[in-house]
Design a protein around this ligand. Structure first.
Ligand SMILES: Cc1cc2nc3c(=O)[nH]c(=O)nc-3n(C[C@H](O)[C@H](O)[C@H](O)COP(=O)(O)OP(=O)(O)OC[C@H]3O[C@@H](n4cnc5c(N)ncnc54)[C@H](O)[C@@H]3O)c2cc1C
Length: 386
């Protein structure tokens, strides 16, 4: 435990850009992680922690502070789960996909559709990772957090983390500080014991994403039933075809995954877009729980005022239809859109962070000019502004 020679962030991030920070520390155990963070905070240094580097755009100039590499690993069952479920406590630096693979082998359901997402478990709550209808908010029980400057790690229930679409109170949003500056040291998931045999899949979003209502209607057993293993294999195949599983031989995967969030618009604004722009309604007001202040509540439950729910629209469609097709790059730049879809910005080899940022700016400007919609980036930026 102590400082190590800083390595270029280009080597430690999936986008493959970024200079070496001024200082770097590495933690292989939870105790080391806490000690390293305390040392940085006591020194009053600027800092951030780095997991798998798969959701980070780091700048070309050295970060003037300390990067702490989270290299802890491991997981174990813990008590507290209701009948038919199992709780698993996982160290922050654990590789996410290796955990998913293990849960699938064990017949534990809840994160199998998030197969193939790169990075570490500790980073998963930061933006409430999700794919194909599953999000970590659905299975996360609590996180063990070390708040900046605090003495001790505290256990925080998942519902205090503000987990929403690709966001939480822990995320360093573009251009803003996180609401809660803290590091996830470990977390606990609660997964359902469903076994490894094929079974009917109820979740409509997952059914649709996996083609179970269409091309793959036979499922795994010819009767529409599927096992966790089948879901994992199918998700990995679909993601692989889109360059969304890391592959050293595929430059389309040298990215930070989806670069822009799908914008959430009012129903009226969404209606102004061309009809063929894909869209998904967000939960309706009627589905949303109502909260009453007990000291002022008159005891009557009134229906919520009717209003059309907001609508999520496809950022990939907006980019493509603003004239920026697959593989698009600015002249002379080594950063281009993925050749498989328009939502990933990729490094074709030798790109700079500034080239990635230029392309991102261009996408935003084109989409704003064409459709009046603002695209917001999903990855965390350090030393880069759009
Ligand atoms: C090919 C590809 C596909 C992807 N697909 C998806 C997808 O389907 N769904 C999805 O949601 N995301 C996806 N992503 C984005 C990314 O994989 C996830 O956000 C992942 O959880 C990031 O983990 P990481 O360890 O790499 O985080 P990093 O990039 O290392 O860090 C990201 C942010 O989290 C912070 N952080 C990291 N660890 C901790 C910690 N222990 N405590 C506090 N803060 C921490 C960092 O400081 C940084 O601000 C994809 C990325 C790629 C490259």
């Amino acid at each position: 435990m102590s400082e190590i020679t800083p390595r270029p962030l280009a080597e430690l991030t999936t986008l493959g850009v970024g200079a070496a920070p001024l200082r770097m520390r590495e933690a292989a155990t939870p105790e080391e992680l806490v000690a390293e963070l305390r040392a940085v905070w006591e020194a009053g240094d600027e800092w951030f922690v780095l997991g798998g580097g798969s959701n980070l755009l780091a700048g070309d100039e050295p970060f003037d502070g300390t990067v702490v590499l989270v290299r802890t690993a491991g997981f174990a069952a813990v008590p507290g789960a209701p009948e038919g479920s199992r709780r698993i406590r996982v160290e922050a630096g654990q590789d996410w996909d290796a955990l998913v693979a293990w849960t699938v082998e064990q017949g534990l359901a809840g994160i199998e559709a998030m197969s193939g997402i790169p990075g570490t478990v500790g980073a998963a709550p930061i933006q409430n990772v999700g794919a194909y209808g599953q999000e970590i908010v659905q299975t996360l029980v609590s996180v063990e957090l070390l708040d900046e400057g605090a003495e001790a790690v505290v256990e925080v229930p998942a519902d205090e983390l503000g987990l929403g679409p690709r966001t939480s109170v822990l995320k360093r949003h573009y251009g803003a500080e996180p609401e809660r500056s803290a590091v996830v040291v470990a977390l606990t998931l609660e997964l359902r014991e469903v076994g490894t045999d094929p079974r009917p899949l109820e979740d409509p979003r997952l059914r649709q994403a996996l083609g179970l209502d269409g091309a793959r209607a036979d499922g795994e057993d010819g009767a529409g039933r599927v096992s966790l293993g089948w879901i994992r294999r199918t998700v990995l195949a679909i993601r692989g075809s889109k360059g969304m599983v890391l592959d050293a031989n595929d430059a389309d995967t040298r990215s930070a995954g989806s670069f822009f969030n799908n914008p959430i618009l009012s129903d009226a604004d969404a209606r102004a877009l061309p009809a063929d722009c894909p869209r998904w309604p967000i939960e309706s007001e009627a589905d949303r729980p109502q909260v009453f202040a007990l000291d002022t509540w008159d005891g009557v439950v009134r229906p919520p005022a009717p209003s059309a729910p907001p609508v999520k629209v496809s950022a990939a469609w907006l980019i493509e239809h603003a004239g920026l097709g697959r593989g698009y790059g600015l002249p002379g730049s080594r950063a281009t859109l993925s050749t498989k879809h328009t939502l990933a910005l990729t490094n074709r080899g030798g790109a700079t962070a500034e080239q990635v940022a230029e392309l991102a700016r261009f996408c935003r400007t084109r989409v704003a000019a064409e459709y009046g919609v603002e695209l917001n980036p999903e990855p965390v930026f350090v030393g880069v502004t759009l």
